[in-house]
Write a protein that binds this ligand. Structure first.
Ligand SMILES: NC(=O)c1ccc[n+]([C@@H]2O[C@H](COP(=O)([O-])OP(=O)(O)OC[C@H]3O[C@@H](n4cnc5c(N)ncnc54)[C@H](O)[C@@H]3O)[C@@H](O)[C@H]2O)c1
Length: 314
């Protein structure tokens, strides 16, 4: 195990914090969890029961995993001897300002302070702090114990040592960290997701497809392609042997024309209600846990197949 990271604090044990907790413990870390939710013990126990098979399927030794997870009475107790803190509280800048002021005061001086924030750059909540060099974003995709990407986004005052330490930490956890050099709202992954969601909502609003059919289009085409090659390599291959240059020079013009015609959904109150009802009609008869279980099982199958295919390349 990396010597630098032995004890982790997880602050905020909702959707993301519970998943990180399992992943950290699955990699042998002692994990201290803090969250004021009254059902914290039950939520942690349920998450470990649900996620342990996912960790085992990724080849991790899950012996004694639950014993490595401890509940802390408050943030101070959780971070007291932490080497790394992963914050997953509400997506609210005032909350994060207050919390990080506590973290720099209470966590050991060597501890790396990471935030899972989806859209708030760390510069927005470290403005008044002296010790901002060790604070940065480590933004995962849900659920972080399964989806490999972590966007590592330094703030204006984050040190290069902290960026390297964050990359080392997430690599140690078997994740795929990508360092993003400019703070931009939504970072990269969520901007891409939102560009696609905007068009998806527009197409449903316009009556072109139903939500279920739109999902079918995605999972039977781009979803499969993009799990293997990203948009740029996909386009480079789309240009045939002439590559991206050929694609850009030959169909670039019509692509640009299409950008101008991409949709702006109205999503006024009535449209939003119609969309919610359409999504509920498609999926509302299944429970959240049944849908999440099916998603996680299929995502594990994709990861395992990609892992085997990568081994064949080497
Ligand atoms: N849900 C996602 O898909 C997703 C993906 C990536 C990143 N994120 C980010 O992760 C963070 C958490 O999101 P989530 O979806 O897990 O939210 P969530 O609402 O499920 O969990 C937030 C948790 O924070 C707890 N909390 C509130 N005050 C607290 C305090 N003072 N100390 C400790 N815990 C406190 C709440 O009780 C709750 O359990 C957000 O910043 C979000 O943007 C979410």
């Amino acid at each position: 195990m990396s010597q630098r990271f032995r004890t982790a604090a997880v602050i905020g044990a909702g959707t993301i914090g519970l998943s990180w907790t399992a992943l950290f413990a699955g990699h042998g870390l002692t994990v201290r969890v803090s969250d004021p939710r009254p059902d914290l013990a039950e939520a942690v126990a349920a998450a470990l029961t649900e996620f342990t098979p996912h960790l085992a399927a990724q080849g991790l030794d899950v012996t004694g995993l639950a014993e490595r997870v401890q509940l802390a009475a408050d943030v101070t107790e959780a971070v007291r001897d932490a080497d790394v803190v992963q914050e997953n509280g509400p997506e609210n800048v005032e909350f994060k300002k207050d919390l990080f002021a506590t973290l720099v005061r209470e966590a050991p001086k060597h501890a790396l302070l990471l935030s899972s924030s989806s859209a708030i750059p760390s510069t927005a909540f470290t403005g008044d702090l002296d010790d901002a060099g060790r604070i940065l974003i480590g933004h995962p995709f849900n659920p972080p114990h399964l989806i490999p990407l972590v966007e590592v986004v330094p703030g204006e005052r984050t040190s290069e040592d902290s960026v390297r330490a964050a990359v080392d930490f997430y690599t140690f956890l078997g994740r795929t960290p990508v360092v993003e050099r400019k703070e931009i709202p939504g970072f990269v992954g969520n901007r891409l997701q939102n560009a696609l969601s905007r068009e998806a909502i527009y197409l449903v609003e316009q009556g072109v497809v139903t939500p279920a059919d739109l999902d079918k289009v995605m999972t039977n085409s781009l979803g499969i392609r993009w799990a293997t090659v990203g948009p740029f390599l996909g386009s480079h291959l789309g240009g045939g042997p002439g590559g991206y240059r050929h694609l850009a020079e030959h169909i670039g013009k019509s692509m640009k024309k299409m950008w101008a015609g991409l949709g702006q959904p109205s999503q006024n109150e009535a449209e939003q209600e119609r969309l919610i009802e359409a999504v509920e009609k498609a999926y509302g008869s299944s429970t959240y846990s049944a849908l999440a279980e099916a998603r996680d099982r299929k995502q594990l199958a994709v990861l395992s197949a990609l892992d085997s295919a990568s081994k064949e390349e080497n």
